[in-house]
Design a protein around this ligand. Structure first.
Ligand code: F0G
Length: 454
């Protein structure tokens, strides 16, 4: 079967292929799928991408996702024409990825122990729904549109549901979102409701919500937009394209992400594998994935903290028994993921295998940070005039830790992805009310201020 774009199972011993216009989450043997392209994109596209920054009123050039459309071209379009793009590509008026690029943040650099010219943070919260999810939702909805889908579904810790609901409402598609009751930031819940989604509250955590939603989606034939959908992963590659383009396609030494379901890091890994294979990059940045201490499945398994066996992709021969043993242990001991960073409060990362593949390809590392460290990370980003949510605070916190361990060297070039915008101001207010917190500036009563200056 010769196809320009197709889907392929990630298991090297299986490699089943499917046409691009089919929707499935796994191959028939249960392995995750990749979107694959038959041809090698020309390096001259780098100039085309740059030229499109002068967008000429074409929202598909304005979009920080679709500007790179030739590298995520499963819709098989070859045109600069707005009207032609419009027939196939889903965009929220070009807003996805438009404002996010690497920024230098001197106060964060000082805090993590790096030179201010070596550290870049990319605020993906500055997407239209306030998180990196919009990068992948634009592409998932494009695939849904290709298939004439009438209803999408997802389970979510809040940002996926906000993004899905936003694009679905804009496209006139029904949207149903499954969320863990009481465990998502209020701003995220508000977004899903405001964008007209049917919210379904699950008594349980994200892992439970995902299982229930997948069951429901199967029985109602709905299109799933979680990151187990390979078309989501395609769009999120644009996060890396923007970072690389900003650095003139000179790869940094490190890319640092918070780890939850591992969709984002799977996407970064696939992106780098392709760019390397195509000869676009000669050096592969190392991935650093940062777990919350209270939701640290990847950290535990990757670093051999459970049963002394370090879980690896191992060229596709993953120790699945180890994963099974750990999940059984979690169930038996009633270990539930627990962190204030509810975005990454996940115990069973749905993209674990793809995440391991990304770590192997990039010689990556996995670290964990406490909630307290994430709060300080979030706060210091604020001192540079950017906002991010607590899960994104894992990025500065993780870089600091890896610097202290000398895993990241002082002259390494580091790009950290700030995955989402602040959607729970109560967390910020609580932090600053506590004068013992490192960056707290506690509000003061006017009358006391007057007393002190007398
Ligand atoms: N940061 C934020 C702000 C997130 O919302 C998420 C995931 C992650 C990091 C982790 O990314 O899952 O690709 O490893 N949020 C999902 C959701 C689970 O439902 O919104 P990941």
């Amino acid at each position: 079967m010769r196809m320009e774009a197709y889907q392929e199972c990630i298991d090297p011993a299986c490699r089943l292929r499917y046409p691009i216009d089919e929707f499935r989450i796994t191959c028939e043997r249960g392995h995750a799928l990749d979107v694959k392209y038959a041809s090698t994109p020309s390096k001259s596209l780098k100039d085309v991408f740059y030229a499109r920054r002068n967008h000429g009123n074409n929202i598909y050039n304005e979009s920080g996702v679709w500007r790179f459309r030739d590298l995520i071209n499963f819709a098989q379009i070859d045109t600069e024409e707005y009207e032609e793009c419009k027939k196939y590509l889903v965009s929220l008026d070009g807003a996805e990825g438009r404002l996010s690029k690497p920024f230098k943040m001197s106060k964060v650099a000082e805090y993590v122990g790096m030179d201010k010219d070596c550290l870049f943070l990319q605020p993906e919260g500055y997407n239209p729904s306030g998180s990196f999810k919009d990068n992948g939702m634009a592409t998932a909805l494009t695939h849904a549109k290709m298939l004439n889908v009438k209803k999408i579904m997802c389970a979510s810790t809040g940002n996926t549901s906000a993004s899905a609901a936003m694009y679905a409402s804009n496209e006139g598609i029904l949207c149903e979102v499954y969320v863990p009751r009481g465990e998502i930031a209020i701003g995220k819940l508000g977004q899903a409701l405001q964008f007209g989604a049917q919210v379904v509250e699950v008594d349980g955590n994200f892992d439970d919500a995902l299982q229930i939603m997948l069951r429901e989606a199967k029985s109602s034939n709905a299109y799933v937009v979680n990151s187990v959908n390979p078309f989501r992963i395609e769009g999120q590659k644009a996060i890396v394209y923007r970072a690389l383009e900003y650095l003139d396609w000179n790869p940094p030494d490190w890319l640092v992400y918070p780890g939850g379901a591992l969709g984002n890091t799977s996407s970064a890994g696939k992106c780098l594998m392709e760019l390397y294979e195509w000869g676009w990059i000669k050096k592969v940045p190392r991935l650093a994935i940062i777990n919350a201490e209270g939701a640290n499945t990847l950290y535990t398994l990757y670093n051999g903290k459970f049963n002394g066996r370090a879980l690896r992709w191992n060229k596709g021969k993953v120790d699945l028994e180890l994963i099974g043993e750990y999940y059984a242990y979690m169930d038996k001991q009633n270990i539930r993921p627990r962190t204030d960073a509810t975005a990454i409060q996940i115990g069973r990362p749905a993209n674990l295998l793809k995440g391991l593949r990304a770590l192997e390809f990039t010689n990556g590392v996995v670290e964990q940070v406490s909630d307290g460290e994430m709060y300080d990370g979030m706060a210091v980003v604020g001192l540079n005039g950017f906002d991010c949510e607590l899960a994104s605070g894992a990025v500065p916190a993780g870089i600091k830790k890896l610097r202290e361990m000398e895993v990241i060297k002082s002259d390494d070039i580091v790009v950290g992805i700030l995955t989402g915008r602040q959607k729970d101001p109560n967390l910020v207010i609580r932090y600053h009310m506590d004068a013992n917190r490192r960056f707290a500036v506690t509000p003061r009563a006017y009358k006391d201020l007057k007393k002190d200056t007398k």
